[in-house]
Ligand binder design. Structure first.
Ligand code: ATP
Length: 341
């Protein structure tokens, strides 16, 4: 059986605990500064200590992973800390589709895939001069909402952008992406697609708690106006959500459309966990502003199984464990190459 490895951050604990529950060896690529934290958890069999996660591209790290027939589970930290070329050059088999991670990081490619999947999206605004309503300005890649800001016109855009540049939050030459702001109830829809079963599973929903936009919402508008800080959408944590059951049909349809679109545009498709992120408006209409083509940290709230997986599995099944189960089944049936890239 292969060993399971991941980077020490994001959802590493859940992923490795799930792998251990499935009887697989677990390896954590761990920054030295976090060694003490991760040594607290007995289900981590081996730590590869690094100064920087980029060391997984180096021979030393790769040969340890190779000796253990490792499958690497990608998550948000991999995308945040490495560029697409680096990720694609990883020699260790990556669970899911490492080629689709480029589509997650690049806003133009992202939009193309979401359009192909027929996901209802907020309109994007090409030039700051075209801003004529409330928009959110985002950075490339999985920045986790840090440095994002809201504006309603071009002047406002220039002021806030300049302020963030002078504070060192964003850089001057950074290409920013502008998108219409969609108001409603946040819902991050978490799925798993198994190419072995050719079946889509709906795992759960989470909400993100983002600072300091949430903190701002707790104070009266007079004080909000006095604050001269540009509020950001930095993710602090997640909490669970269950949907009205009448919304589930559409949730499955969106997930299936996404899987079909990914099959068409980026072989071998959307294998493994993914997430469609958006808001429900007052008519329960969903608008999606984002997807993640790998496990999201919001699945951490269901380490002991999610409400929707308790309907599918008669055992506690986290997303981390589901991944390990897929790897086990694929290994036993000699199909590991169908679920890794
Ligand atoms: P990650 O990769 O960690 O998912 P990201 O950096 O790609 O994050 P987004 O998920 O696109 O960022 O946006 C971060 C947050 O900004 C969202 O969680 C949401 O609160 C808010 N947001 C983004 N786009 C919109 C939108 N069009 N309308 C309303 N809110 C939005």
């Amino acid at each position: 059986m292969p060993a399971i490895a991941t980077l020490g951050s994001h959802c590493a604990l859940q992923v490795l605990k799930g792998a251990k529950d499935e009887g697989l060896k677990t390896i954590l690529v761990c920054e030295k500064k976090r060694e003490k934290l991760y040594r607290r958890f007995p289900f981590i069999d081996e730590l590869i200590l690094v100064d920087s996660f980029k060391e997984i591209l180096e021979k030393k790290c790769q040969s340890t992973l190779e000796q253990n027939d490792t499958v690497l589970i990608p998550h948000g930290t991999l995308i945040a800390q490495m560029n697409s070329e680096e990720i694609e050059s990883i020699k260790t088999p990556v669970f899911g589709n490492k080629w689709i991670l480029r589509w997650e990081s690049d806003r133009v490619m992202k939009e193309k895939l979401m359009k192909e999947a027929n996901l209802p999206m907020p309109t994007s605004v090409l030039e700051p001069k075209d801003i004529n309503k409330l928009v959110i300005v985002k950075r490339q890649g999985a920045a986790g909402g840090k440095g994002y800001f809201l504006v309603a016109n071009e002047d406002d855009y220039n002021t806030k952008r300049n302020q963030l540049i002078s504070e060192g939050v964003i850089s001057k030459d950074e290409t920013l992406y502008i998108q219409e702001y969609a108001a409603g109830v946040l819902a991050y829809l978490q799925y798993f697609y198994s190419p072995l079963k050719e079946e889509l599973e709906f795992f759960g929903v989470d909400q993100r708690h983002e600072s300091d936009i949430e903190g701002l919402a707790r104070i009266p508008s007079e004080q909000q106006l006095k604050s001269n800080k540009v509020p950001s959408f930095n993710v602090i944590g997640n909490s669970p959500l269950v949907l009205r059951e009448s919304l589930l049909e559409e949730v499955y349809n969106m997930g299936e459309n996404f899987v079909d679109a990914a099959k068409k545009l980026v072989a071998p498709g959307m294998n493994g966990p993914f997430c469609i992120e958006g808001v429900y408006d007052e008519n329960a209409k969903f608008t999606s502003f984002e997807f993640s083509a790998r496990i999201v940290a919001g699945t951490n709230i269901y380490m002991d199984g999610s409400p929707y997986y308790s309907l599918l599995f008669n055992e506690s099944m986290s997303m981390g464990r589901r991944i390990a189960r897929e790897i086990k089944i694929a290994t036993e049936s000699n199909q590991l190459d169908r679920i890794t890239t």
